[in-house]
Design a protein around this ligand. Sequence first.
Ligand SMILES: NC(=O)c1ccc[n+]([C@@H]2O[C@H](COP(=O)([O-])OP(=O)(O)OC[C@H]3O[C@@H](n4cnc5c(N)ncnc54)[C@H](O)[C@@H]3O)[C@@H](O)[C@H]2O)c1
Length: 258
Amino acid sequence: MSFVNKVVLITGAGSGIGAATAIAFAKQSAKLSLVDIIEEELNNTIEVCKNGSEVLKIVADLTRDYEVKRIVSDTIKKFGKIDVLVNCAGIYFPAGILDDKLIDKFDKIIAVNLRSVVALTNNAVPALIESKGCVINVCSILAKFTTKQNLAYSISKAAVLHFTKCAALELAEKGVRVNSVSPGVLKTKLQIRAGISESQVNAGLDFVANSTPLKKLIEPQEVADVILFLSSDNARSITGSDYEVDGGLLLSGLPSNN
Ligand SMILES: NC(=O)c1ccc[n+]([C@@H]2O[C@H](COP(=O)([O-])OP(=O)(O)OC[C@H]3O[C@@H](n4cnc5c(N)ncnc54)[C@H](O)[C@@H]3O)[C@@H](O)[C@H]2O)c1
């Protein structure tokens, strides 16, 4: 897989899966446009990537439409094109139907996890058509089964899954592929940012690892590997597909879910 002279735009590149994806593309000498809302974390990723790659840093809040436009225009100004768009930024916090703050939480989650994905893809589409590029959306296995307290997050990811297919159908005739990856549970900062204590997060992760058929947690690098495959010419006949990277967790579901 060669990404020499390919321009890859990655959101949520400051941390977790987005950072691992940026580093993986840097190792393949791609030109990187890296986006995150937290500058300090983005700087850490760029420090690792800049030896192998030319990197553009974009600090932006994806929920603001003018910043979404700036992400695309700055990338084109710097590199002249976009070959790969990886929509990875996301947020998580518990929110269920009994929650009296549900609608506030729902709006926040939908704004980042769904609306910004649609907005950024929409803005990047002319450049992607020109390059005959591709889009990879980072979804979740929670798009495909339900757990208590995850209503808002699950809905946002289920909608991204469907958005992937809708966009794939329309863009296929333009030579642009659109796919998604659905990770299982990983140890990143996603849950800590939601205010869940480290001990609770670790207990949850142990439980998931034991419940997973392959008896392991998923590493961000493993999700990045699949994103690179889907972005490469090896995946030239794949569009509208979702790749689960979950150690087989979806085969059995979570046993606590009752
Ligand atoms: N961690 C998991 O268990 C897991 C499982 C399935 C799917 N996912 C998905 O993977 C993606 C990456 O999550 P992660 O686990 O690496 O979490 P993470 O918190 O480590 O990374 C998410 C990144 O998105 C950035 N971000 C959040 N809101 C933003 C905004 N408004 N504008 C710009 N950047 C913003 C954050 O600053 C952060 O760097 C998310 O879409 C998440 O839903 C994660």
